[in-house]
Design a protein around this ligand. Structure first.
Ligand code: ARG
Length: 582
């Protein structure tokens, strides 16, 4: 929190002297000082309302009295003013420029590293032989950006793709694979016809007894580890992953095959989960099933809600593998925290899993288990996004369409861009637009999937930010000096627009910290957008290359340089690229 924190640090001794002379202890006012809520009033503010009873004076008079006392000690750090009972502190341009120089000369742009912790980040997690839906897209994009931010802050982030690759549906899926013939089936899956494959199997399962019986026996063979059945299961998994990997590579996310840690990989731990729950004395039998009653949960009839650990037929549940997963993350991976980037509908599932895991001692209260939940993706009419036929939309098609539209927008804007470069830019802009639209929405809210808005060059969109970056690159293409030498220039901040930009740039590290500590990429997006829009006003109002004299030119170029570096780093942490021209 470069700007605000440093300014507060500078103010504390000065204010302390004044307050002590008024008989007020530090503990009474220090907790009150913070970021000014009205940007135009100042950077930092001290609200005096709660001091009124102590002073027996109206807040405005207290604020005025404090201003008069601190005035002479402020040097050239800041100015103060009293407005409606607040003491407002505004950094002086000279002090601000010193603050910015620290960022400019730092390859990490003033962003510190934290005491390293190990996090398992559970994200993406589509289901094998089922189309990945927009919810999986959200998980993939949000999870990936959280991984990048955590790593940049010095933490270890272990990516875990908890794919749904186990369970009773695999009986019917394997039988359907055999009916179709392996080659034909592999082909359908590999090109991404996952949904129709699943549906065909499902239709046979409900309408054909012979098929249903075969499917049930197949589940038994699968769970019993029959080698041929396992081989067929592998074909299903591998072919689906081939298609899913294509989507990952289009999206440019960090996930690889090494990160796959599907439900099937916890098989061996499941009996252990049962044993341990039994030993803790919390496992009960209910209607032939092994269950735990976490307490505090009731079903529709008001009866205590159980978590089913092992069904009456001996099969395990989704919750059981999530419990095994916690044991694995604590004991094998040594994680301090686990983040589950999964939609809001699974809220209760995770709350119950975390509660049982703690009751059973699988994790301790010192572990941070967090459901990083998110809302739905809606169509323009506000309904959950589906294809025209009412089916799950193929992500591959959606992304292709975004790239295609980006390409036509770029053709219009910059017809000189051709060939491979144009293709690359179209991909960076199209994919960036889709990711940014997702990330810039507060994650717990729903958002409307509107390609036209996402791809607009105006507003809080990726193309708007990418365009600001490309514009700065073009300024530097025209300038003849050494860009690297700008890290040691003196910043001369005079124009109001220049000062606004300076403040936003100086606040970048704090915006990033806020974003990662709350696992909320949208906070970083909002800040990057405010940087890009204040850059636009700066560029409109302050001549850069034709500035008044060499010193001003170099100072403004340094502002351009820092703007570009923050945009690039910030977008990079969101998993979004920046083109040099567009
Ligand atoms: N495969 C699940 C789904 O599609 C998400 C899994 C999330 N991760 C977990 N550890 N439960 O809904």
């Amino acid at each position: 929190m470069i700007l605000i924190r440093e300014l507060i640090n500078e103010m504390i001794p000065i204010f302390s002297k004044a307050m002590n002379s008024l008989g007020v202890e530090d503990s009474d006012w220090v907790p009150l000082i913070g970021r000014a809520t009205v940007e135009d009033h100042g950077d930092v503010a001290l609200p005096c309302h709660s001091l009124a009873s102590m002073f027996r004076k109206p807040p405005q008079e207290i604020a005025e009295q404090i201003c008069a006392l601190v005035e002479e000690d402020l040097d050239s750090i800041a100015t103060v003013s009293s407005i409606s009972g607040f003491v407002n502190v505004s950094a002086e341009p000279e002090w601000l420029s010193k603050c910015l120089l620290k960022l400019i000369s730092d390859p990490r742009l003033g962003i510190g590293v934290e005491k390293p912790l190990t996090f398992a980040v559970d994200y993406s997690a589509p289901n094998v032989a089922k189309e990945m839906h927009v919810g999986h897209l959200r998980s993939t994009v949000i999870g990936d950006s959280i991984v990048r931010m955590l790593e940049f802050k010095g933490h270890r982030a272990i990516r875990e793709n908890h794919v749904g690759d186990w369970g009773t549906p695999f009986g019917m899926l394997i039988e359907h694979l055999l009916d179709l013939g392996e080659d034909q089936a592999a082909n359908e899956l590999g090109v991404g016809d996952l949904d129709s494959f699943y549906k065909q199997a499902r239709t046979k399962f409900v309408s054909n007894d012979e098929f249903a019986n075969r499917s049930r026996s197949r589940v038994v063979l699968l769970q019993g580890g029959d080698p041929e059945t396992l081989r067929l299961w592998r074909v299903l998994v591998d072919e689906s992953m081939r298609y899913l990997n294509e989507v990952y590579s289009m999206l440019g996310v960090l996930l690889t095959d090494q990160d796959i840690k599907g439900e099937s990989s916890y098989q061996d731990l499941l009996p252990e989960v049962v044993d341990r729950l039994m030993r803790e004395g919390i496992l009960e039998t209910s209607e032939g099933a092994d269950v735990v009653f976490p307490g505090g949960w009731v079903n529709r009839d008001g009866a205590p809600l159980p978590m089913i650990i092992r069904k009456a037929d001996g099969g395990y549940n989704y919750s059981t593998s999530d419990l095994a997963c916690i044991i694995d993350r604590v004991e094998r991976l040594g994680c301090d925290g686990f983040l589950y980037v999964v939609g809001t509908p699974q809220k209760q599932h995770f709350e119950m899993v975390f509660q049982v895991a703690e009751q059973a001692g699988f994790m301790s209260p010192s572990h941070q288990a967090i459901h990083v939940n998110f809302g739905s993706v809606l169509d323009i009419d506000g309904k959950v996004l589906k294809s025209r036929e009412g089916e799950v939309i193929k992500l591959h098609d959606l992304l292709d369409e975004a790239i295609r539209r980006a390409e036509s927008a770029i053709n219009e804007k910059n017809p000189e861009l051709v060939g491979d470069e144009r293709d690359d830019v179209a991909r960076t802009v199209g994919i960036g637009a889709v990711k940014y639209a997702d990330l810039s929405t507060e994650r717990t809210k729903d958002y409307v999937f509107d390609l036209e808005r996402m791809l607009s060059f105006e507003g809080n969109t990726a193309p708007y930010l990418q365009y600001a970056y490309a514009r700065i690159c073009s300024i530097f293409r025209k300038w003849e000096g050494e860009r690297d030498h700008l890290t040691s220039v003196e910043l001369i901040l005079t124009h109001p627009e220049e000062l606004v930009l300076a403040r936003r740039l100086a606040d970048f590290p704090s915006a990033l910290d806020e974003s990662i500590s709350t696992f909320s990429p949208h906070k970083l997006c909002t800040h990057l957008h405010s940087i890009a829009s204040s850059f636009a006003s700066f560029y409109e109002n302050c001549n850069v290359l034709k500035g008044e004299g060499d010193e001003i030119i170099r100072s403004r170029l340094a502002m351009c340089d820092l703007t570009a570096r923050e945009l690039k780093l910030g977008l990079g942490l969101l998993g979004i690229g920046v083109p040099e021209r567009m």
